[in-house]
Design a protein around this ligand. Structure first.
Ligand code: URA
Length: 240
């Protein structure tokens, strides 16, 4: 059981004083009933509430998937473009949701966000080797030696150890589906450059066993519920 004021604070609705004022102003309904007592106590399990008519479910941690558009930076203090964080509602930002790894400003596709530090570690630690699948459009036609080099391992300028794609499938003359298990800076672009080609467009389609849903429009986000989190944790994607 938790006081409403504390509950709202934990969900990103501001300081305790802000949340108290919000409740007293009559903006909050809990389980379908207006509640203007900030000290009323509720069981958080499966608790639904609305703030100014917007529906929320209590979540101990927030897990989201965003369909990142091109032209957005994965930084809270972007330098040249809007931030992906501008695509999320304020309570998610206030509760400290962060991108799980980054996509370049010109890359698109699946970006996970959470306020669970362990989850971030789980999905970004090189030791965990979580597969990430990208659709890569290249400037030049992809040839067999390039495919072999990507699969055998290419050497990048910051590390003498070769980095190999876990999988590489030719989808078209200038289009590859590439699976990598690391998350280094500009990894895919640098791998393609080391193989003698160049990335023109990069779209992440999956992380672990979770595929970006076709129904998630560009620029939109969705909650990851238990089923999606389980799929994410599975090593393999069943279908694309
Ligand atoms: N590799 C890249 O080069 N860029 C990305 O955005 C992601 C992986």
């Amino acid at each position: 059981m938790i006081e409403l004021e504390r509950l709202l604070r934990s969900q990103g609705f501001g300081s305790r004083a802000d949340c108290r004022a919000l409740v007293r102003s009559g903006s909050v309904c809990v389980a379908g009933q207006l509640c203007d007592n900030p000290f009323a106590r509720f069981d958080t399990d499966g608790l639904s509430f609305t703030v100014d008519g917007v529906a929320w479910l209590y979540r101990r941690c927030a897990y989201l998937a965003l369909h990142k558009p091109a032209g957005y930076e994965c930084s809270r203090r972007p330098l040249h473009h809007p931030s992906v964080y501008s695509l999320l509602p304020d309570p998610l930002l206030t509760r400290g949701v962060q991108a799980v790894g980054r996509l370049d400003e010109d890359s698109t596709g699946l970006l996970l966000l959470t306020d669970d530090g362990q989850f971030i570690h789980r999905y970004t630690s090189p030791k965990k080797a979580v597969p990430k699948v990208y659709e890569v459009t290249t400037r030049h036609g992809v040839d067999a030696p390039q495919m072999s080099a990507l699969l055998a391992g290419v050497v990048l300028n910051d590390d003498p150890r070769p980095v190999a794609a876990q999988d590489c499938v030719l989808l078209g003359p200038r289009c590859l589906r590439l699976t990598v298990t690391e998350g280094r800076y500009h990894l895919v672009k640098r791998m393609l450059a080391a193989a003698g080609n160049r990335v023109e467009a990069l779209h992440r389609i999956s992380i672990g066993g979770f595929v970006l849903p076709a129904s998630l429009a560009v620029g939109k986000w969705m909650w990851l519920e238990t089923a999606e989190l389980e799929r994410l944790a599975a090593d393999k994607v069943s279908t694309f």
